[in-house]
Design a protein around this ligand. Structure first.
Ligand code: 18C
Length: 246
């Protein structure tokens, strides 16, 4: 039944390029403003470097003072050979999500609001000893300027997301990816060896219900770097033999 409903929703997907205003528009724009400001803020004394691996750096900003069990995370990475648009498209594409998204057991697209915006119900893998989580996420992809693209994933309430079976976590995620090209280059002459995507990733996840702080910390420490490496490996595999999508 769920799959049938999903097929109907895919059939209702608006045409490429159409941007509609919808019930989540003001929430989406508000979050986006906050997230873009945070993304451009330099990492200074408030941020703690928690992981470094090749081109990847992961920082957290401790929110304990505010009584929270999770930290705001900010990470940087560089994927050689891809454009910002390619990385964002790969991250956003619901047909490809399960190739790389290792925290999700299954998910359902609940609604397409426009060609670049959907709401998904995700059922996450269970982390022992806590109850299994789900999330209901408004996902939106946008071009910010010639070389910069982004995807924002933010929790929302949606009538079609079945409640009560799992503990509902909430999340606020921004992936921003900027194509690096040699200065004054003629794009038509460039190959993948000349380009790369500079990533800035922001995430804040609230566990929703009871979860021991030590488990949340351990899961975060392990899963964020794993996610960035996974995104790199799989998006490279997906695009490397295709013409460059600028
Ligand atoms: O950005 C990512 N994915 C987005 C696209 O699919 C998605 C964002 C979702 C928010 C993160 C959801 C985290 C789920 C955590 C529970 C399951 C962990 C499973 C472990 C698998 C073995 O829109 C990629 C995000 C990748 C990194 C996620 C790590 C998050 C850890 C945060 C703390 C955990 C809080 C949950 C409490 C569960 C019990 C400890």
């Amino acid at each position: 039944r769920e799959r049938e409903l999903e097929a109907q929703r895919v059939a209702n997907k608006p045409a490429p390029g159409s941007v509609m205003s919808h019930q989540f528009s003001s929430l989406l724009e508000g979050k986006l403003k906050e997230n873009l400001k945070l993304a451009d803020e330099p990492v200074e004394e408030m941020w703690l470097l928690t992981h470094e691996e090749g081109q990847m750096t992961v920082y957290t900003r401790n929110e304990e003072a505010a009584g929270e069990t999770t930290d705001q995370l900010k990470a940087f990475h560089f994927i050689p050979g891809l454009t910002g648009r390619e990385v964002c498209s790969y991250f956003f594409d619901t047909d490809l999500r399960l190739e790389w998204e290792h925290t999700v057991e299954k998910f359902f697209v609940l609604e397409w609001l426009d060609n670049n915006t959907n709401v998904c119900h995700n059922i996450h893998k269970r982390v022992w000893p806590t109850a299994q989580r789900d999330s209901c996420i408004l996902s939106h992809m946008r071009q910010l300027n010639t070389n910069r693209w982004m995807v924002q994933n933010t929790s929302v309430d949606h009538d079609d997301a079945p409640a009560n079976k799992y503990v509902r976590l909430t999340a606020n995620v921004l992936l921003m990816a900027e194509t690096q090209v040699p200065a004054s280059a003629d794009k038509s002459k460039l190959t993948r060896a000349d380009i790369g995507a500079k990533l800035t990733y922001l995430a804040y996840v609230h566990p929703g219900g009871w979860a021991p702080a030590s488990v949340v910390k351990a899961v975060s420490k392990r899963e964020y770097p794993k996610f960035l490496s996974n995104l790199e490996t799989h998006s490279l595999k997906h695009f490397s033999s295709q013409p460059i999508l600028w």
